[in-house]
Design a protein around this ligand. Structure first.
Ligand SMILES: [Zn+2]
Length: 601
């Protein structure tokens, strides 16, 4: 019988009886003690060669000279610190050696950094002090790694690195230092927050059933809780703006945000962090993770975590206690809606799950469509500067998972490879629109018009924001439909900060007081009047009325509106503040629209 065995190191011989023996590379090394080391290998002293040596379970021996000449290493042991303590008999000293690098805390930016901005990180380490050399690898948490720059003398040193993130997110950075003995140590930094001020914004309002375990002071407590939220980077700002309100009546807990630190938007998820108060007092940190799954209500998910900054950051409330801050939200809404607004266009009805055989879009197919899209905008009346800006936009092809057809970032647009599984309609005569609306059986039928999506994303580059309607800037595009820039779109190029109230605007009315009764007439006026960029908020009558009670799910929203009272009353003297309020109201009521009408009957 012969058993298969793996390859043996070259230093293996077989003693009588078949017991392997492992030859030591240095002749007459006079091995003394052999013991398990902290790294899973056996270590031994070579008294005659003034060396420490390591032998792996496979028999591979690595010898390391001891720095003090002729020290006479003999007995040794792994100490409680995980290091090797060696009696150096001839040198009258005890040596202490670490076969595994110990990596200290990583220094990285604590403040959020913008996408495509280089960050510098560093960490100290100590190693064997045995003439070992170290290499280091940074894992940036975005599926990329890079070698660290190692500076070391006498077994300790520093690793530095630099990275820029192309996509916003919340990242864990891991540093691994490995020495030439194969021992490695790690250090982890949580979190590098990377934001994209142009990525979009989030709005939401509604309710959840607060899960058991969420309220730390009484973990068994459950019950209805309501929330209203919005968050957005205003143009040029490095911290986001918005309000977050949360009420959990069973716990007598009312949380109100006072400031935001950062906001990160991914395709359908928003995460942001800030500070606030509970029941009007204290200094609390909070983290919101909001997921927009498109269908509204129960498919949207929320996480809220609140901690007490005045009490060692003890967690006060968390719908996912113990989960990492980067965990996806798991608490489904019981009512209401979360909307993650991105500069993206989505296919109406969701991605085509069975559309696996669609030929991917090529750059050669895309290029002439981009030219036609710019020509269409030019025909609609944009000026020469705008035409020039569009011609410098980078156009790329991406593989989005989900219903995303295209996405715009400053200076760049991305078009999905397969039109969310439906396939792109490549118009053989793009200057005409005769193929639309697409009749059943025609080539454009059931596919997505590439020209429309490119025009839409270029519209974002011109400064237009998404709309809810059927126009070119509509968020949702059905298959078989073409939309084109309209001449009246070219003059509405006013992002938030550019909004200036018309000179003829009447003064703004007062908002309802907190807890006040709001009439359906007021709400109807709000809902029917687009509180859009350039929309006439001044024509909307906001005032208390006694016709209908405030629906419970609207209470946090009204609270949020009230938080903007200062902005509103000062609005006539400040275009900036009015723009802020327009945005806040727009966001709140856009998110509540679906819920309010049925509730008000
Ligand atoms: Zn869009």
């Amino acid at each position: 019988l012969s058993l298969p065995i793996g390859p043996e190191p070259a230093n293996v011989s077989h003693q009588s009886g078949g017991v392997p023996a492992f030859a030591i590379p240095t002749p007459n090394s006079n091995p003394d003690e052999i013991r398990p080391g902290p790294d899973g290998n056996l270590w031994f002293t070579e008294t005659g060669a003034n060396q420490l040596a390591r032998i792996t379970p496979a028999g591979v021996i690595t010898e390391i000279p001891i720095p003090t000449p002729s020290s006479g290493p003999s007995g040794f042991v792994t100490g409680p610190d995980g290091k090797l303590w060696v009696a150096e008999a001839n040198a009258n000293q005890i040596g202490r050696f670490s076969p595994i690098p110990t990596v200290g805390p990583i220094t990285a930016p604590l403040a959020p950094v913008a996408v495509n901005t280089a960050i510098n990180v560093s960490a100290p380490f100590t190693d064997a002090n045995l003439g070992t050399t170290d290499t280091a690898v940074w894992n940036w948490g975005d599926n990329s790694t890079s070698a660290g720059t190692v500076t070391e003398t006498s077994g300790s040193g520093t690793v530095t690195g630099s990275h820029s993130y192309a996509v916003d997110g919340v990242y864990t950075v891991t540093l691994t230092v490995t020495n030439n003995l194969g021992g490695s140590g790690q250090s982890v930094f949580q979190y590098v927050v990377v934001y994209n001020p142009s990525a979009g914004f989030v709005t939401g309002g509604g309710g959840i059933t607060s899960p058991a375990g969420a309220y730390a002071a009484n973990p068994s407590l459950t019950g209805q809780a309501n929330f209203g939220l919005n968050a957005k980077y205003k143009s040029g700002a490095t911290v986001p703006t918005g309000n977050t309100d949360f009420q959990f009546p069973a716990a007598n807990l009312t949380f109100q945000s006072t400031s935001y630190d950062w906001l990160v938007i991914t395709t359908n998820q928003a995460q942001y962090q800030g500070s606030g108060t509970i029941n009007g007092a204290g200094n609390y940190g909070f983290l919101v993770t909001a997921q927009d799954n498109g269908g509204g209500s129960t498919s949207d998910k929320l996480r809220l975590k609140i901690w007490d900054k005045n009490n060692n950051n003890a967690v006060v409330y968390d719908t996912q206690p113990g989960a990492a801050n980067t965990a996806a939200p798991t608490t489904a809404l019981g009512g209401g809606r979360i909307q993650v607004h991105t500069n993206a266009q989505l296919v109406a009805g969701g991605a085509n799950a069975s559309g696996g055989n669609v030929a991917p879009l090529t750059a050669e197919e895309l290029q002439p469509v981009v030219q036609e899209a710019i020509a269409r905008w030019e025909a609609a009346g944009i000026d020469a500067t705008q035409v020039s800006a569009l011609s410098q936009v980078t156009v790329g092809i991406a593989a989005f998972s989900g219903p995303w057809l295209g996405m715009a970032f400053p200076g760049a647009i991305w078009i999905d490879q397969t039109a969310a599984g439906y396939g792109w309609y490549l118009d053989p005569s793009p200057a005409g629109d005769s193929a639309f609306p697409a009749a059943p059986g025609s080539p454009a039928y059931g596919t997505v018009d590439l020209l429309t999506v490119v025009e839409h994303e270029l519209g974002h580059e011109l400064g237009f924001e998404d709309t809810t309607g059927d126009g070119l800037m509509g968020v949702f595009l059905p298959t078989g439909v073409r939309r084109v820039p309209a001449p009246d779109q070219v003059s509405v190029n006013t992002p938030d900060e550019g909004f200036v109230p018309p000179a003829s605007s009447p003064p703004l009315a007062t908002l309802p007081a907190r807890g006040a009764v709001v009439g359906s007439d007021v709400l109807a006026a709000l809902l029917e009047t687009p509180l859009d960029k350039g929309g006439a908020v001044a024509t909307v009558a906001l005032g208390p009325s006694a016709e209908a009670p405030v629906p419970p799910s609207l209470a946090p929203v009204l609270l949020m509106v009230e938080n903007n009272r200062g902005d509103l009353t000062a609005a006539t003297s400040s275009g900036q503040q009015e723009a802020n309020l327009v945005w806040a109201l727009d966001a709140v009521f856009a998110s509540e629209q679906d819920n309010l009408l049925p509730e008000l009957g």
